[in-house]
Write a protein that binds this ligand. Structure first.
Ligand code: AMP
Length: 214
């Protein structure tokens, strides 16, 4: 199974991608996670990426395409993958087509998770992430048992810099301008499945599974 998940920031792409990768036993490739790991490790890529991420801007296409191209060519991706947060521009989508053609692979589906702006803002502004294991919480909808402590590993929870309210609006604007056109791009190629994402994680997961025949 080779899937792309599209959706605004806060649409639940990351959560659903993790579940889908688990269900189909394929690799979960999150460009946001790879970039954040690079920031944490203090790599050159991380320091370039951070300046864009903190403002809610997209990291330049050439950097991202190179990073994803290498990742997809790794052996563990031969059995399939779920792409989460890539592509985010038309140029990245065209580059992905090229990478897949080179590797003689094709996409099975592009799942577009639809969530309204008010819900996105509510979700992102309350999101907290574990510094150690990456588990995701929400201060109202799925709070940890102990404040600011991860239930799964005991790690410290934090708010991503780009989940602050002043940055969220910019991320939504970037999404509307640069990423939304991909919905039409993949509709034209016949791969698109639109999914209503304003429901519980379980309900949305079931909807995606029935759309992709899982
Ligand atoms: P995410 O975790 O997917 O919300 O991504 C967090 C941030 O990483 C984004 O706001 C961008 O700054 C950057 N990023 C992640 N994926 C991409 C991509 N495909 N193209 C450009 N920037 C990206």
């Amino acid at each position: 199974m080779r899937l792309v998940l599209l959706g605004a920031p806060g649409s639940g792409k990351g959560t659903q991608a993790e579940r889908l990768a688990d269900r189909f036993d394929v690799v979960h490739i999150s460009t946001g996670d790879i970039l954040r790991q690079n920031v944490k490790d203090g790599t050159e890529l991380g320091s370039v990426a951070k300046s864009y991420m903190d403002k809610g801007e997209l990291v330049p296409d050439c950097i991202i395409v190179d990073m994803v191209g290498k990742r997809i060519r790794e052996r563990d991706c031969e059995g399939g993958f779920v792409l989460d947060g890539f592509p985010r521009t038309l140029e990245q989508a065209v580059a992905l087509d090229r990478i897949l053609k080179d590797t003689k692979l094709g996409l099975d589906f592009v799942v577009n998770i639809e969530v309204g702006d008010a819900e996105v803002i509510r979700r992102l502004s309350g999101r907290r992430v574990c510094r150690r294991c990456g588990a995701v919480y929400h201060i109202s909808f799925s709070p940890p048992e102990r404040d600011e402590v991860c239930d799964r590993c005991g790690g410290e929870l934090y708010q991503r810099d780009d989940d602050r309210e002043e940055t969220i609006e910019n991320r939504l604007e970037v999404y509307r301008k640069q990423t939304k056109p991909l919905i039409q791009y993949y509709a034209d190629s016949g791969l698109l499945k639109d999914i209503d994402g304003e429901d519980s994680v379980d309900a949305v997961f079931e909807r995606i599974l029935s759309a992709v025949g899982g």
